[in-house]
Design a protein around this ligand. Structure first.
Ligand code: FES
Ligand code: FES
Length: 158
């Protein structure tokens, strides 16, 4: 991690692009993505690590971006929902109505994408445990489950 005082210039790779931002030591990754880089698809639900709405991929692994300091991410690769345009998981959520109000959906899609990458074959126990980090206040869990199945079926298809 960089030695810092005041603000520091942070250097990230976000959705495949090199991005820089001036950040303070206490800025979370979520705040930097939303407020400095304009990536408002990353949602702020609880800012406490409970809801998963702020989930992004950090070097391919799902993390709650409200719980990570931006300075800890120096030089790392981040994927936000804006980087999953036309991704099979995004298409599957749309096709299977895997959302209602949509607030939790970016985090659900990113976590689901990581799940399917790690576990291409369905397993109810693993799926349930993996996805429990993301809450849906609309309780649209059936649609989310259907979207996981559809995403796995779409995987590898053009
Ligand atoms: S906003 Fe990060 S877990 Fe809720
Ligand atoms: S779709 Fe509304 S919170 Fe999940």
């Amino acid at each position: 991690m960089k030695e810092i005082s005041g603000t520091t210039e942070l250097h990230l790779f976000v959705n495949g692009e090199e991005r820089r931002a001036s950040v303070r030591p206490g800025d979370t990754l979520m705040r930097v993505l939303r407020e400095k880089l304009g990536l408002t698809g990353t949602k702020c639900g609880c800012e406490n690590g409970d809801c998963g709405a702020c989930t992004v991929l950090l070097d391919g692994k799902p993390v709650k971006s409200c719980m990570i300091l931006a300075v800890e991410c120096e030089g790392l690769a981040i994927t936000t929902i804006e980087g999953l345009r036309d991704h099979p998981v995004q298409k599957a959520f749309a096709a299977e109505n895997g959302f209602q109000c949509g607030f939790c959906t970016p985090g659900q899609i990113l976590n689901a994408a990581a799940l399917i990458e790690a576990h291409p074959e369905p397993d109810d126990d693993i799926d349930r445990e993996w996805m429990q980090s993301n809450l849906c206040r609309c309780t649209g869990y059936e649609g989310i489950r259907n979207a996981l199945a559809a995403a796995r079926a779409l995987r590898g298809k053009p």
